[in-house]
Structure formats: C-alpha cells, structure tokens
Design a protein around this ligand. Structure first.
Ligand SMILES: [Fe+2]
Ligand SMILES: [Fe+2]
Length: 311
C-alpha cells in the first residue's frame, strides 16, 4: 500500500529510469526478489465504497472498459509467456522469464479481482475473456491476432530464434513497452486525480513497476538479437504491428470528442514507440519511417469516412 502514496510522475520516472539502465536478466531477477507483492496485501474496502457512492457513471464506465482490456492483456501475457519460455535461448533468460510468468499470473488474478469486487462484472474467466474480446476495438483485435499467430508458429518450433525475437519484439517492446506502460500510467493518473482508490492505486502501481522490469528484459534481448545479426527480422515484426498498435484506442463510429482523445492517445503511443526504438539502437531513418507509418495509420483510422469505406 506504500506505493499508493507515490505520485504518478514518480512512478513513471522510476520505470523510465529502469529502462535506461541496461539491466541484464540476472539483475532483473534480483529486482524481482526485492519488489515482490501479493494480491492479499491489497485492501479494496475503501475503493469499493468510493466506487458505489462517490464517482460519476462516466468514470465507472471508463474504468470498466480499461479493466476489460487489461483482462485480455494479462491473460494473453500468461499464455504467450509459456511459449517465450520454451524458446528461451539461454539459461539466464529462462530464470528471468519464470519470474515474469509469475508476475503475469499475479496481474491477471489482480484485474479479475478488481472486476469481481469493484466493477462487479464477475463471471468465470472464460466468460469474462469472451466478453472482453467482443468489446475489443479493431486495433486491439488485429494486434492480438498477429501476436497469437507468431506465438503459435513458435510453439511448433520453439528453437526458431528469429521467430522468438519477433515475438519478443511484439510482446515485450510493443504490447508491454508501448501499450501497457502508457495504458497503465493513464489508469494510475485517473485514480490519483480522484484520490479515492488507495487499493487500486497501490495494485496498479505495483503492476506498472513489474512491467518496467518486463520491458527492460525485452530491450536487453532485442539488443542482443540485433548484435547477433537479426535486426531485419525484428524491424519487420515491428513494422507489421505498428498500424494496429497506434490505433488501439480508436473506437469505430465514435463522436468528435472520442476521435480527439484517440488522436492524442495515438500520438503518445508513437512518441513512446520512438523512445523504445531509439533505446535498442534502431537506425534513425527506420524510426522516422515507422513513426510516419504509425501517424498515417492513425489518420486513416480516425478519418470520418473510414467507417463508410469499410462497408
Ligand atoms: Fe502484466
Ligand atoms: Fe508484463
């Protein structure tokens, strides 16, 4: 619960500092030992009362949507981590990935507990996932389907190191390093602004700190892969998913305000993507190309004529 007392910007700075430190799997394992937490430590009693009595319907609807998308994200993380572990190219990677696997299971259970006790959408995990999938927008679905396709191909040949790096590029760099870190910070800011949800704030802060370690591992593994000559495969994987990733907040047939918010969110994602690519040593020309590709995809998805073109 001490984490609930940190400001959102303190948490952001701490995570971004981790990402500039060039951590190894060994140092990340040590951090994991020091930073462990459990769902049972989180007290949600005050959050439950505030949710029922002190916030607007609009706030509840917004948070419920964010929790739904986290249910899918954390479940997918548990699922795909198993494949990434099976293909781990070194023992030190495997030991670190086992800690991440435990984290993702914890995150999934935590967001399921929030759904059951706060947003009161309790169902079985299977029903919950089906509902969250139906509610997912096109960008989110396209990204998950692409990540799942690579994961299934890797499951058939766990020792395909090039495919392993491509899954790490999509999972650790894009899904976690760009989308999850940005999305979780938005949730922490929303909660901190209300000042009414100490349990959720503590839990999401702990979760965001864990994600910082996960992204740090991805950056390390990708730098190694680039060093070993697999850069083109990594850039190819990034290029394929960027249009879906930057349009993750675009809801079809939405109004002007939603379009403006999705545009701002997409621009933030592109800025984060640029930072992540720079940190693994991507060529400046490639970074410019990817950011322009992301910006073009965002404009196209937000075009008022986009819905009629799809029909
Ligand atoms: Fe997670
Ligand atoms: Fe993660």
């Amino acid at each position: 619960m001490e984490l609930a007392r940190l400001s959102p910007s303190d948490i952001t700075h701490a995570i971004e500092a981790t990402l500039t430190q060039r951590c190894t799997p060994e140092t990340l394992f040590e951090r994991w030992e020091r930073q462990r937490w459990s769902i049972g430590q989180i007290d949600l009693a005050a959050d439950r009362d505030a949710w029922r009595e002190r916030v607007s319907h609009g706030f509840r609807a917004l948070m419920s949507t964010k929790i739904e998308s986290l249910v899918i994200g954390e479940y997918t993380a548990v699922d795909h981590l198993a494949v990434i572990m099976a293909g781990a190219p070194a023992e030190s990677y495997l030991a670190y990935l086992a800690t991440q696997s435990a984290d993702e299971a914890l995150h999934w259970r935590f967001v399921m507990r929030i759904a059951a006790e706060i947003t009161e959408s309790e169902t079985t995990p299977r029903q919950h996932l089906a509902r969250a999938w139906r509610a997912a927008n096109p960008g989110m679905r396209a990204l998950i389907l692409h990540e799942t396709d690579i994961a299934e191909r890797l499951a058939r040949d766990a020792h395909d190191y090039q495919l392993w790096l491509q899954l790490v590029a999509i999972f650790h760099l894009i899904t976690e390093g760009v989308l999850a870190t940005t999305g979780q910070r938005a949730i922490i800011r929303l909660l901190a602004r209300r000042g009414l949800f100490p349990g959720m704030q503590a839990g999401f802060s702990a979760l965001a700190r864990d994600e910082g370690r996960h992204v740090a591992f991805g950056l390390h593994a990708l730098r190694e892969g680039i060093e070993e000559g697999y850069g083109d495969a990594i850039w190819d994987a990034v290029e394929r998913v960027v249009p879906a990733a930057v349009t993750i907040d675009v809801v079809p047939e939405c109004g002007a305000l939603e379009r403006a918010l999705a545009h701002r969110a997409g621009q933030q994602l592109i800025a984060t993507l640029e930072r992540r690519l720079r940190s693994i040593g991507a060529d400046p020309g490639f970074i410019l190309h990817i950011c322009a590709r992301g910006a073009a995809a965002l404009e196209a998805a937000l075009s008022p004529h986009e819905d009629s073109r799809r029909m």
